[in-house]
Design a binder for this molecule. Structure first.
Ligand code: CA
Length: 233
């Protein structure tokens, strides 16, 4: 990848060892990285030189990372991956519902960082060019969005309309975490965002139909306290 084609990543993180770790990891994989340590500098940098993705720490010295998300979302759909401390599920949920695309929990590995970034950049590229495939495939699972057909290997799977809608929302965010609230809103409507039991029941049904072992899912992963993620690789 030449320097000109390299995806530009803006890292907003006040802890310098973590900032350095992210920068070195990404640079060694061909990304063009800019780093800042405050919310104000991050917002300014994102405006002056629009990045292809933002990696954002939620705990910043001058303003809350959530403020950075809402400011950037006023003018940009750039993917934002938040970085937060373990055990702060509530923070992650608020960040995702405010417009962040995904999150990394500290401490995270280079592999996790690169995987999240790949998914985020792939999503923004497919939105930009509208060339999203009409058939989603991962492992043995295939979802034909035109024919509304779901198969596992050669076997056709019958889903109820609600199960299919739930799977469809997850497919449209494949690889990314989707919060309970987002799923409830998109599948059951804005009046149902607190009906977590709907989600548990339907997710259970969906897993029994598409997973080999519903207790150890390959495709539909639980993100504890946050939501669900349909794996895309
Ligand atoms: Ca911090």
């Amino acid at each position: 990848m030449s320097t000109q084609d390299a995806a530009k990543i803006l890292v907003i993180e006040d802890e310098s060892p973590i900032r350095k770790f992210i920068r070195l990891s990404l640079e060694s994989h061909g990304y063009d990285v800019s780093e800042v340590s405050t919310a104000a500098a991050g917002i300014g940098h994102a405006m002056a030189e629009p990045p292809d993705a933002v990696i954002l720490d939620l705990g910043l010295p001058d303003q809350d990372g959530l403020e950075v998300i809402s400011r950037i979302r006023e003018w940009s759909r750039v993917p934002i991956i938040v970085v937060s401390a373990r055990g702060r599920e509530a923070d992650k949920v608020v960040a995702l519902d405010s417009g962040a695309d995904d999150y990394l929990t500290k401490p995270f590995s280079v592999g996790e960082l690169l995987a999240r970034l790949r998914v985020a950049l792939r999503h923004s590229a497919s939105i930009a060019t509208s060339t999203a495939d009409s058939v989603f495939r991962v492992g043995e699972l295939s979802v034909d969005l035109c024919r509304r057909e779901v198969t596992i290997g050669d076997e056709s799977i019958h889903l109820t309309p609600t199960e299919y809608r739930l799977l469809l929302v997850l497919v449209s965010h494949a690889g990314k975490v989707v919060t309970h609230r987002q799923l409830l809103k998109e599948v059951w409507g804005p009046d149902s965002v607190y009906e977590n039991q709907y989600l548990r029941v339907y997710m259970g049904q969906l897993r029994r139909k598409i997973e080999h072992d519903a207790a150890r899912p390959r495709y539909l992963k639980t993100e504890a306290g946050v939501g669900y993620r349909l794996m895309d690789e």
